[in-house]
Design a protein around this ligand. Structure first.
Ligand SMILES: NC(=O)c1ccc[n+]([C@@H]2O[C@H](COP(=O)([O-])OP(=O)(O)OC[C@H]3O[C@@H](n4cnc5c(N)ncnc54)[C@H](OP(=O)(O)O)[C@@H]3O)[C@@H](O)[C@H]2O)c1
Length: 352
């Protein structure tokens, strides 16, 4: 089986730790280098990291020395990035230019013309944009991004509906977990027993990123989807799992909510036949019980990679309404990046 040497940039952060956790038994990807800031460089991973995962830090990783994020310090085939967006741009570009593919969670390149903004179950064909990238004249280095942690569950839940009926407009409220703000994140005195009804920059991303994800690859470019999304993003005192309350107007509402449920239940992921190691058998699960999905009980369904949908019902204001749930650091970040890497391997874009 393929075994790639993999680096994790931002390995000490919330998303970086999730990479370490998810990659510990991966059949293809072996973590051989850890990058973070000057504050962490030179320390062992155990010393540098405030480990917040519920599993033990893997022993072999714990004793590795963290380096700064420079391509010639990391002897790897490609890197995953969980870097702070404020500094990710130059670092990720340097890796791509040095011939090392970058599979990133940071937002910097999400809207770059030649960079795929990709969720394998939504737009695997956008992978071909890589062929247009100019970062590395030898064509080995490139950048692939995944969307924001709300856009992923939102667009995955909309995808079967988009395919069957089209979407004309969406209104949503997101109830976002504290782990979405990284570590140490939101001060405890702001969030305990409270809800903060504003997350800077979030509503703009929620309105924009689904348009690229649902866009069409035509003449080597993405023609964006075009419908309005009005979002209200709130931080809630939940550890993991973003819950969304969504109302949507469809292009062709079939006039019967059961037909919409059928479309969700019968939808088939475009990568189902590839049998990628991390791909969930059922990427979107529609619950019947109106109390479900809930962050504490369902965010980890299918190892955190399944998006839960519930309360799919008719709306008296638009056409339909539903709730959706996605684990923000797994489906919404590290897990989605790992799936992107598995797809890149299956399509022959990764080299050892
Ligand atoms: N948390 C989520 O649910 C989520 C979801 C989707 C996307 N994202 C995105 O993923 C990225 C990471 O988020 P996070 O929540 O994991 O943040 P975080 O916990 O704050 O971690 C940030 C990481 O970046 C490193 N870093 C900071 N400054 C650096 C520098 N100058 N040079 C090199 N490394 C530096 C940190 O290393 P030190 O420990 O050495 O400071 C740490 O490893 C962000 O771009 C975020 O927007 C997060």
């Amino acid at each position: 089986m393929a075994e790639y040497r993999v680096g994790v940039l931002g390995a000490t952060g919330t998303v970086g730790q999730k990479f370490i956790h998810l990659l510990r038994n991966h059949p293809w990807f072996r973590v051989t280098a850890l990058g973070a800031s000057e504050r962490s460089a030179g320390k062992t991973y155990r010393e540098a990291t405030n480990w917040t995962e519920s599993t033990e830090m893997p022993d072999d990783i714990a004793e590795m020395t963290v380096t700064t994020c420079e391509p010639d310090r990391m002897d790897v085939d490609f890197v995953f990035s969980g870097l702070d967006a404020a500094i990710a741009g130059d670092i990720e570009k340097a890796f791509a230019e040095a011939g090392k593919p970058v599979i990133t969670n940071a937002r910097v390149y999400r809207q770059h013309e030649t960079v795929p903004l990709m969720v394998p179950e939504i737009n695997p064909d956008h992978i071909e944009l890589i062929n247009e990238q100019q970062f590395d004249p030898n064509g080995r280095g490139f950048i692939v991004t995944n969307p924001n942690c709300v856009c992923i569950p939102l667009t995955m839940a909309l995808k079967p509906i988009w395919d069957a009926f089209g979407v004309e407009s969406v209104i949503l409220t997101s109830m976002q977990a504290v782990s979405g703000a990284g570590y140490p994140g939101v001060p405890s005195l702001d969030i305990l027993g409270n809800i903060v009804p504003y997350i800077g920059g979030e509503e703009e991303k929620i309105a924009l990123e689904p348009m690229k994800l649902l866009g069409k690859l035509e003449n080597k470019k993405i023609t964006f989807a075009d419908f309005p999304i009005q979002a209200a993003a709130a931080r809630v005192p939940v550890v993991d799992g973003h819950l969304l309350s969504v109302t949507a107007k469809l292009k062709n509402y079939p006039g019967d909510i059961e037909k919409v449920k059928e479309a969700v239940r019968n939808w088939r992921s475009p990568i189902a036949d590839l049998n990628l190691p991390s791909a969930p058998a059922e990427p979107v699960h529609l619950y019947d019980d109106p109390r479900y999905p809930q962050p504490r009980h369902h965010a980890l369904a299918a190892n955190g990679l399944q998006v839960g949908m519930g309360r799919l019902r008719e709306s008296k204001v638009l056409d339909i309404a539903f709730t959706a749930l996605g684990h923000n650091t797994i489906r919404g970040a590290a897990g989605c990046s790992i799936l992107n890497a598995e797809l890149l391997h299956a399509r022959g874009y990764l080299k050892r």
